[in-house]
Design a protein around this ligand. Structure first.
Ligand SMILES: Cc1cc2nc3c(=O)[nH]c(=O)nc-3n(C[C@H](O)[C@H](O)[C@H](O)COP(=O)(O)O)c2cc1C
Length: 176
């Protein structure tokens, strides 16, 4: 049976290094795991509790369905001004009123330079706590992206990085 893992990037920047990590994770996914990249971040409306009801805005319904259909979630986000990018916090706010992410295994990849990005991961941990997601500590990793050594598909070619990402995906669904 194939398990789906939803990949959430916190960056909307074209050429994003965080999205590059997730696209590499998608390609490196071990057998039995299908990693799906969520691409709707820029389509989500600003969170407003007035709109968090039936019928949900279509992009929000799509986000919640994508989370619901996944066995687990892997996040890779940049840090902006010491915390999460506002657009990504907005995505997370939309998950609070739904039940889809509750108890779902979630992990993150911190691809910031050494010693950086800790503010983003600290906020992520805190916000995920409010959503009820189950953080899988052993699947959370820090890695370095060397944009100078991309493979012919434009993905991270470093076997150690790909192995780390594959392991993280496997641990998310408890298949070490
Ligand atoms: C508005 C803004 C604020 C930033 N603030 C931080 C920060 O507080 N800490 C940090 O380590 N990097 C910070 N950065 C750098 C980004 O995290 C870094 O460029 C990251 O690689 C961007 O991710 P992306 O390539 O996926 O878009 C900031 C960048 C921008 C544009």
């Amino acid at each position: 049976m194939t398990s789906v893992i939803l990949l959430l990037s916190g960056s909307m920047r074209s050429g994003s290094s965080n999205e590059l990590v997730l696209r590499t994770a998608r390609a490196a996914a071990p057998e039995g795991i299908r990693a799906v990249l969520y691409e709707g971040l820029g389509s989500l409306p600003h969170f407003n509790p007035d709109d968090d009801g039936d019928p949900l805005p279509a992009p929000v319904a799509e986000l919640r369905a994508a989370i619901d259909g996944a066995a687990a979630v892997l996040v890779c986000t940049p840090e902006y001004a010491g915390t999460l990018p506002g657009s990504f916090k907005n995505l997370l706010d939309w998950t609070v009123g739904g039940t889809e992410i509750g108890d779902k295994p979630v992990a993150w990849v911190n691809a910031a330079a050494p010693g950086r990005g800790e503010g983003a991961t600290a906020t992520l941990r805190s916000v995920l706590g409010y959503t009820g997601a189950a953080v899988v500590e052993e699947a959370c990793v820090r890695l370095q992206v060397d944009r100078g050594s991309l493979d012919e598909d434009g993905l991270i070619g470093d076997p150690a990085v790909r192995e780390q990402l594959a392991k993280s995906l496997a641990l998310l669904i408890r298949r070490p």
